[in-house]
Design a protein around this ligand. Structure first.
Ligand code: 4AZ
Length: 273
């Protein structure tokens, strides 16, 4: 006899399987948004040096001091890839992009001014759908050992692939402050079906334009302040830090899929290349 629980799981698995296979899981705007979600920060990571991740940038709010709000990845001299949720509701002139730094020093003088913010027209805050955007810089970056672009992944990443996420986000859910020194954490790509089933129990939908990553041993994740930053496999950008329920709390971190959004990124960036 099948219990109601098993039946429900079967329904969720079918829903996720069908949706991910056919690419038909689309945005459901009726999804409740009342669960405590954390903004991204790296949990269980290690200090690293920007030279190891020269594509990493900090997107900062240009006030009296520069306040880190999100991560990003250098794609071209004037193009930084980040999450849509980092950009929506903000104005280009309020932001600056800081490159080549391991430690984020408070400085109003640092960074490059921003010309334009572009985010995906299909971005939906409630569902985190299409959480991808571009920051167009006023001036071209000068590449160096600590400032380099990253190649985009074009094809879907295999489950279990070793990935690294980096950022200055908080190191646990309840931390008051961001990390001062850039952190890196090693994660694995999680099966989208499993991830979908897990999140479906909380009324969230994992679509084919998202991917999930976590550490088998637990205790490792991205968290508040890592948003918009890179998830890298074999030196290519596969994901953009997007969302999750908590940080390192049984639910994998969710990333916007770069292979899925490859064409959108290329098309939008083309004008500024
Ligand atoms: C965020 O809101 C966020 N634990 C990023 C990553 C994760 C959760 C939230 C994944 O920026």
């Amino acid at each position: 006899m099948t219990s109601a629980f098993q039946f429900r799981l079967l329904m969720l698995a079918s829903f996720c399987w069908l949706g991910i296979q056919a690419g038909v899981i689309t945005v459901n705007s009726d999804i409740p948004n009342n669960l405590e979600q954390q903004e991204g920060r790296i949990v269980g990571g290690q200090q690293t040096d920007i030279a190891n991740h020269p594509y990493q940038v900090s997107i900062g709010l240009d006030s009296a001091v520069l306040i880190h709000i999100c991560g990003g990845s250098i794609y071209a001299p004037r193009v930084v890839i980040t999450a849509a949720h980092c950009l929506k509701g903000r104005y280009a002139y309020t932001l600056r992009v800081v490159t080549g730094l391991t430690t984020l020093a408070d400085s109003a003088e640092q960074g490059v001014a921003v010309q334009k913010l572009i985010y995906h027209s299909g971005y939906v805050k409630k569902t985190h759908a299409n959480d991808v955007g571009l920051v167009i810089l006023k001036e071209a970056l000068t590449y160096s050992a600590n400032v380099q672009p990253i190649v985009l992944a074009r094809t879907a990443t295999v489950v279990g692939a070793h990935a690294v996420a980096t950022g200055w986000g908080k190191s646990d859910e309840n931390a008051q402050k961001m990390s001062e020194v850039l952190q890196a954490v090693e994660l694995q790509i999680v099966d989208s079906l499993e991830c979908c089933v897990q999140y479906a129990t909380k009324q969230y939908v994992i679509t084919e334009e998202m991917l999930c990553a976590a550490a088998e041993e637990g205790g490792k994740d991205t968290c508040q302040g890592d948003s918009g930053g890179p998830l890298v496999v074999d030196g290519t950008l596969v994901g953009i830090v997007s969302w999750g329920i908590g940080c390192a709390q049984h639910y994998p971190g969710v990333y916007a899929s770069v292979p899925y959004h490859f064409e959108w990124i290329e098309q939008q960036a083309a004008v500024y290349m």
